[in-house]
Design a protein around this ligand. Structure first.
Ligand code: 13P
Length: 251
């Protein structure tokens, strides 16, 4: 089974409206048509404008960085899946470590967000990953297993099949320290085995598992050449069109 290769850029809370539109256009202009899907996960304010840009390329897609778990209502400052879909968003990042750490998101809440996203035909990019203390204590595999199980394993096989998983070790995010290709491969193989145990080999083989954490043009090729690494979730390096395009080019 050939898995979908994906390189997703998570802009986090960066770029003014004008800057965002310019970088999105530069990426669209430079992106070769290929089997690799490039995803731009922009702040909400950019989504509508970047939506018209991503339509210029078949393999360029739009993501949000979060959504609310309710359909609509009195939730000041929040955004609903209907709103995201209405401007052409196809993917939504859920459970990023920054949301878990700074906004208290846990598996129980994330399971609800996953459900409402799937119910609205948005594909979740579900993040997991351990902090340094957990890794040093040797508990990284069980920690990630709990995150995956708690947020995703209530899904039907059909729903699970649309989920993208992103492994992002917190100690590698924005630090310049990257997981070694061996560390990434070990965790990705572990996650794939978990999925296989729950949903079977066919679904597990078809699941795209991204690595995130200081992915750069200089290290992307080696990371992406690992057997179970199907692409990247890129923060800092996605803010420069040339770097992001070079990372996509690593496949
Ligand atoms: P960096 O690529 O800046 O380390 O960020 C990774 C990340 O958190 C992507 O979601």
């Amino acid at each position: 089974m050939k898995r979908q290769h994906i390189v997703a850029g998570n802009w986090k809370m960066n770029k003014t409206f004008e800057e965002g539109r310019n970088i999105a256009q530069a990426i669209a202009d430079g992106l070769p048509e290929s089997d690799t899907i490039a995803i731009l996960a922009t702040p909400y304010i950019h989504l509508s404008a970047v939506s018209t840009v991503v339509q210029q390329k078949l393999n360029l897609k739009l993501a949000a960085q979060n959504c609310h778990q309710a359909k609509s209502g009195a939730f000041t400052g929040e955004i609903s899946v209907d709103m995201l879909s209405s401007v052409g968003v196809e993917y939504v990042i859920l459970g990023h470590s920054e949301r878990r750490e700074f906004f208290g998101e846990n598996e129980e809440l994330l399971a609800q967000k996953v459900d409402i996203a799937l119910g609205n035909d948005l594909k979740p990019i579900y993040c997991c990953g351990e902090g340094l203390a957990i890794r040093e204590a040797g508990n990284h595999l069980s920690h990630v297993a709990n995150q995956i199980t708690g947020g995703l394993f209530h899904l039907s096989p059909e729903d699970f099949s649309t989920v993208v998983v992103a492994y992002e070790p917190i100690w590698a995010i924005g630090t310049g320290v990257t997981a070694s290709p061996e560390q990434a491969q070990e965790m990705h193989a572990f996650i794939r085995q978990l999925i296989s145990d729950k949903y079977g080999e066919e679904i597990s083989d078809a699941t795209t598992i991204l690595y995130g954490g200081s992915v750069k043009p200089a290290n992307a090729k080696e990371l992406f050449s690992q057997k179970d690494v199907d692409g990247g979730l890129v923060g800092g390096a996605s803010l420069k069109a040339d770097d992001f395009l070079a990372i996509i080019d690593s496949f």
